[in-house]
Design a binder for this molecule. Structure first.
Ligand code: PLP
Length: 428
């Protein structure tokens, strides 16, 4: 595989961009080697600057659920282009977008558009604090909620109590307000609530975690959190930036039938454009400025081109619920193929899957939380990643990520993925 152009672009990039990339995981640091510079993509395939072709299993970390350069979305964007790119004033598309979201995700009665998942979670937590008049939040180890200060907190070992900042630049003051608990562990949440009585504004989590690899909620976990929030006057926030419009029209909350008070959205909602949203109960959302006292704003929020792309995407998903069974079936077939290979090769690794989200963990332990995910052999994953790349499969460059299957992954492509996986596992 020739990657000279990518290599030379990365050298140039390093002179003018920190680490050569605009978001850290893109740099391939966890797997070794230099990142590929992507030139274009269509359907299930990516093409890099050197002209190599790859089967795409990241899909821009989720958004491209209908595959790349989908005609419907392209058309919607093109139609919108000639009306100018931005007004900073209300538009019809924003109203249509809000109505569509509240229809697809029934727990959302009102919604505010922002420009990224990070903005959505930061705003949701500020609102929960303003609404409850409390300062602290509980988050779970291994859940990612964007790069807002409050979320960059590492869990302590054992029963987590006070957080400590995960990144220089996050103050201890901020960290003190973020309590952390192991995912899937209700008892530790109960303990935190006892130790911080009437101080917790919100519990925020990925209802299916995707940012420590794919980790499913145990039976009763989401229901248990719902109950604890009800009993203690706490705002339950589902961060569905990844799972929203991915696991079902109504996201993970539809699949597991648990209603949060607030939901954060991103990724698929923009059809590939930079869009996020946060919404929930009217009573809470009406606390946002200008109807309420909690300030939140955005010059480019609800941008007309972004709304055109997002509306085309969501309208399609709303009208074609069969998409979800189609991508779940393709992902199930990949899982089956992987399981057969693991058995054949006598490798006892763990696979987690739900719908069109799947992770192969290089550990023989079950993975139900971050501690268990960290038992993976990440060196081995790095080798496997590079083998898969050589076999034409573009995976997320980290063990702690989920793969996303799009509607462009046909049965034939599933076969190619499964056999590339077997060839790769044989030699690592
Ligand atoms: C990607 C992601 C975010 C952050 O979204 P950005 O658009 O990258 O800021 C937040 N929460 C979850 C669950 C995510 O997967």
């Amino acid at each position: 595989m020739k990657i000279e152009k990518s290599k030379s672009l990365f050298e140039r990039a390093n002179n003018s961009i920190p680490g050569g990339v605009n978001s850290p995981v893109r740099a391939f640091k966890a797997v070794g080697g230099d990142p590929l510079f992507i030139k274009s993509a269509k359907g299930a395939h990516l093409y890099d600057e050197d002209g190599n072709k790859y089967i795409e299993l990241i899909n821009s970390w989720g958004p491209m659920i209908l595959g790349h350069a989908n005609e419907l979305i392209e058309e919607a964007v093109q139609k919108s282009l000639s009306n100018s790119f931005s007004f900073g004033a209300p538009t019809k598309a924003e109203v249509e977008m809000a109505e569509l979201i509240t229809q697809m995700v029934p727990s959302i009665e009102k919604v505010r558009m922002v420009n990224s998942g990070t903005e959505a979670t930061m705003s949701a937590v500020r609102l929960a604090r303003g609404y409850t008049g409390r300062n602290k939040i509980i988050k779970f180890e291994g859940c990612y909620h964007g790069h807002g200060d409050s979320f960059l907190i590492a869990a302590g070992s054992g029963v987590a109590t006070m957080g400590s900042p995960d990144s220089p630049g996050v103050t201890q003051g901020t960290a003190n307000d973020t309590l952390t608990a192991p995912y899937n562990n209700l008892e530790s949440v109960v303990k935190l609530l006892e130790q911080n009585k009437d101080q917790v504004a919100a519990i925020i989590l990925e209802p299916v975690a995707g940012n420590m690899g794919c980790v499913l909620p145990k039976e009763g976990f989401l229901e248990g959190l719902r109950k604890l929030c009800d009993e203690n006057g706490i705002v339950l926030i589902f961060d569905e930036v990844m799972t929203g419009f991915r696991l079902a029209k109504g996201g993970a909350q539809e699949v597991f039938n648990v209603k949060p008070d607030m939901t954060t959205l991103g990724k698929i909602i923009g059809g590939g454009m930079p869009v996020g949203a946060y919404g929930g109960k009217k009573e809470i959302m009406d606390f946002v400025s200008p109807s309420g006292p909690v300030y939140q704003a955005g010059t480019l929020s609800g941008n007309p081109i972004a709304m055109a792309a997002g509306l085309a995407m969501l309208n399609y998903l709303n009208d074609h619920p069969e998409v979800y069974s189609q991508i779940a079936k393709a992902t199930e077939d990949i899982e089956k193929g992987y399981q057969d290979t693991l058995k054949k090769l006598g490798k006892p690794y763990t696979i987690n899957r739900i719908g069109s989200m799947i992770s192969l963990f290089f550990t023989n332990k079950k993975v139900t939380n971050f501690e268990e995910a960290k038992s993976c052999d990440t060196q081995l994953f790095g080798k496997y990643f590079r083998q898969m790349l050589n076999n034409g499969i573009y995976l997320a460059p980290s063990q702690f990520e989920t793969l996303f299957i799009s509607t462009s992954i046909t049965a034939d492509i599933v076969g190619q993925i499964v056999s590339a996986n077997e060839r790769s596992l044989k030699v690592v």
